[in-house]
Write a protein that binds this ligand. Structure first.
Ligand SMILES: Nc1nc2c(c(=O)[nH]1)N[C@H]1C(S)=C(S)[C@@H](COP(=O)(O)OP(=O)(O)OC[C@H]3O[C@@H](n4cnc5c(=O)[nH]c(N)nc54)[C@H](O)[C@@H]3O)O[C@H]1N2
Ligand SMILES: Nc1nc2c(c(=O)[nH]1)N[C@H]1C(S)=C(S)[C@@H](COP(=O)(O)OP(=O)(O)OC[C@H]3O[C@@H](n4cnc5c(=O)[nH]c(N)nc54)[C@H](O)[C@@H]3O)O[C@H]1N2
Ligand SMILES: [Mo]
Length: 688
């Protein structure tokens, strides 16, 4: 838990001299309300925008969406979850009619026969969830990991497929081809419970195994072995995380993996199915209650007249007064200083975490007015005209919804520090100043009761969930339409949530990443996480123990690539793309493909990898391509590492049953909230 010194404990207001100074709450809120109103009057309501976060509780996310639609009446609200799970959400909704991270509880993972884990590194990113995979293997189940790097997760797998970044779509199609060619299709299931197999078969036939080996670098034999393990198991799952999703074809890629499940009959049955490993503290709930550009509470679509009428009724406003869909996260940031003149950020640090970040930083600076509500003075808050200090988890109550669709209640374990206010207080106070003095409760349970009504009848129906029930049952799974309904731990066992009850094949075909390596930028760059830091690092970079564990950014590359470039372990290297460059020490590892370099994204300044990444967006989900772009790597300065062992990290080929090696993940068991090891460390000592 972050303590004084690093915490913001008073609002900050930028003076005419350009300096941020402490101010009283009333003055700060008056200034924010006046500026938001002025921007709307001068440039139209959509010129005032809101950027939320998937770490916010359900109550905050709900109230933030309502604030945008009812008080500001702007179409322009979106959130950082667009950078996280939007591709999986879109693909899941298209195939199954509903988007819930997992259609089954986590415990089912340990009991199935085979899991294909695509672009996920739970050993580092979800330590509390890792045990389900360890238990799976202990019970004789098979684990296949798909990752361009031999991560600590991949080292535990029975089989590690190591494709080039951005080629998962081809890999999934090649595996579907083999599944069909080798006679593993479950024709009875396909006929009874799905639609569109012929198109999927045609797409797969165009991706014969040798062609896919050429695209991905994964040997045909390895693909065939993975298909065999998957098909032979009585029940099996495919789980994806950010690797295949954060691509400009993330929706098609997830769709192709779902197609593999459907063709094999591994969906809609006990212990089988497709799932997305959600990342943020409230990754699931954060995308259900209306802080997404196209969405109203209960996972309703803002373009649906019936949804608008229902939600407007709960809000006591005219349905016609509700705005339509707004811009997606990156498009919204990109419009700052253009059509968008004023922005409220709550729960995100896009200066570090958005793609093409130098450009985003410039756009934020070009705004007439920026207000940021945060716990610390993040890099984004440092650009603001007004900063509002927020309470954080463990200091306030509120619900989150985990990847299982289980709604969980957080109880305050610590008092709100002196000078700090909750985000619900801030929204209430701003609404009142902007002329709306009802319907913005400060009490989380009161907000939740309204959310229940707003979600009633929607896909993510919380109507029957109460704080008392959550306390009594250790969480309640949605959909839960009334108080006598037990909740729904397992979806799709009888029918999928589509109008006819059948799942839909996606039948995509492969296409390259938006930017592929060439003569000038010959290497792939991919990005991700390390155990000791969380997200944009706004909080974890302020914790000494975590900085000792992982003091700064680095560039992971293969010794063969390093040899060619004349780079030794420890040397300072520059990674340059068409957008810009990042500089950090080289770390050599035999675990990464020789054509690929990896950087974690937790740091600001010259080691900020998002200066380099590509903002190419998926056409459907608007997910940026964080996981693939083309770069050049050059040595900037030779640096002698302190220890010889730091020169090259040798990753052993581990056989079945091998233990995870390397450093121990920092973090404590944070119970059902599988946010992060790093976040666990922040909250250590706090009961979950
Ligand atoms: N310590 C820590 N834990 C965290 C977080 C954190 O910041 N720090 N963040 C939380 C959040 S919000 C999230 S979303 C989750 C993310 O959790 P993960 O998805 O597990 O994390 P990443 O490191 O982004 O990506 C996972 C893997 O994808 C691989 N990868 C890269 N490119 C590709 C590709 O093209 N194809 C495939 N198949 N794989 C690829 C990377 O090598 C990496 O090992 O973690 C959560 N937990
Ligand atoms: N290159 C690259 N970039 C990535 C990714 C990647 O894999 N590679 N992953 C993407 C993903 S998956 C994600 S989720 C994003 C995350 O990136 P961000 O959106 O930047 O997420 P955080 O760093 O969690 O930022 C949360 C901010 O909100 C503050 N905060 C925490 N709790 C509260 C609260 O209750 N109220 C308020 N007002 N503030 C709060 C924190 O102090 C912090 O400053 O990054 C994305 N960026
Ligand atoms: Mo995320």
């Amino acid at each position: 838990m972050l303590r004084s010194g690093v915490r913001l404990t008073a609002p900050l207001v930028r003076g005419p001299d350009g300096v941020l100074r402490e101010a009283g709450w009333d003055d700060a809120l008056d200034r924010v309300a006046a500026e938001l109103a002025a921007a709307g009057e001068a440039h139209g309501r959509d010129a005032v925008a809101v950027f939320g976060g998937g770490g916010l509780t359900n109550e905050k996310a709900y109230l933030l969406g309502k604030f945008a639609r009812v008080v500001l009446r702007t179409a322009n609200i979106d959130y950082n979850g667009r950078f996280c799970m939007s591709s999986a959400a879109a693909a899941g909704k298209a195939a199954f009619g509903i988007d819930r991270g997992l259609p089954f509880p986590m415990e089912d993972i340990a009991r199935t026969g085979c899991v294909i884990l695509v672009g996920a590194n739970p050993a580092d990113t979800m330590p509390p969830a890792l045990r389900y995979f360890t238990d799976l293997r202990a019970a004789g189940g098979r684990l296949v990991v798909v990752d361009p790097r031999r991560t600590r997760t991949a080292a535990q797998a029975d089989l590690h497929l190591q494709p080039a970044p951005g080629t998962d779509l081809a890999l999934a199609l090649g595996m579907l081809h083999l599944l069909i060619a080798d006679g593993h299709v479950d024709h009875e299931f396909v006929a009874a419970r799905t639609v569109g197999f012929d198109a999927a078969r045609a797409a797969a036939m165009a991706h014969w195994p040798e062609r896919v080996e050429g695209i991905t670098g994964v040997p045909v034999d390895a693909m065939r072995e993975a298909v065999r393990m998957f098909a032979a198991a009585p029940a099996a799952m495919v789980l994806t995380a950010r690797g295949p999703e954060q691509q400009s074809k993330g929706v098609d890629t997830v769709g192709a993996w779902i197609d593999l499940c459907l063709a094999a009959g591994k969906a809609g049955r006990p212990l089988s199915g497709y799932g997305c490993l959600t990342g943020q503290g409230n990754g699931q709930g954060g995308r259900e209650h209306g802080q997404k550009a196209d969405q109203l509470p209960g996972y309703r679509m803002i373009t649906d007249p019936a949804a608008r009428a229902h939600v407007a009724g709960v809000w006591g406003v005219d349905a016609d007064s509700l705005p339509g869909p707004g811009r997606s996260a990156y498009e919204l940031l990109d419009a700052c200083g253009g059509d968008v003149r004023a922005l409220l950020v709550m729960g995100s640090n896009p200066v570090v975490s958005a793609p093409n970040a130098a450009h985003v930083e410039e756009r934020l600076k070009a705004l007439d007015f920026l207000v940021v509500a945060d716990v610390v003075l993040s890099e984004t808050a440092a650009l603001a005209d007004v900063v509002l200090p927020s309470a954080q988890w463990a200091e306030e109550s509120g619900t989150t919804t985990n990847l299982e669709g289980r709604v969980i209640l957080r109880r305050p374990a610590l008092p709100v520090p002196e000078g700090v206010r909750t985000d619900l207080f801030t929204l209430n106070a701003l609404a009142a100043r902007l002329g709306v003095d009802r319907g913005f409760a400060v009490d989380a349970e009161e907000v939740f009761d309204e959310l229940r009504r707003a979600s009633a009848g929607g896909a993510a129906d919380y109507a029957g969930i109460t704080y008392d029930r959550i306390r009594a049952q250790d969480g309640v799974f949605w959909p839960c339409p009334d108080e006598r309904h037990p909740g729904t731990p397992r979806l799709f066992l009888d029918r999928f949530a589509t109008p006819d009850g059948r799942a839909r094949f996606a039948a995509p075909t492969h296409r390259p990443a938006a930017e592929e390596p060439d003569g000038e930028y010959p290497l792939y760059l991919t990005t991700g996480r390390v155990p000791a830091h969380y997200q944009s690092g706004a909080q974890t970079r302020r914790v000494q123990a975590l900085n000792r564990a992982e003091p700064g950014p680095f560039v992971e590359l293969h010794p063969d690539a390093a040899d060619r470039l004349g780079v030794a372990g420890g040397d300072l290297v520059a990674v340059t793309s068409r957008r810009g460059r990042a500089v950090a020490p080289a770390r050599l590892s035999t675990g990464i493909r020789p054509d690929t370099v990896f950087m974690p994204f937790h740091w600001a300044g010259e080691g900020r990898v998002n200066t380099v990444t590509n903002a190419a967006l998926d056409p459907i989900s608007k997910m940026p391509e964080f996981k693939v772009c083309a770069v050049r790597v050059e040595r900037v300065r030779r640096v002698e590492p302190a220890h010889e062992a730091e020169r090259v990290h040798r990753v052993e080929r581990a056989g079945p049953g091998a233990e995870v090696g390397g450093t121990v993940a920092i973090g404590v068991d944070i119970g059902v909230d599988i946010g992060a090891g790093a976040r666990g460390a922040l909250g250590s000592g706090v009961p979950a």
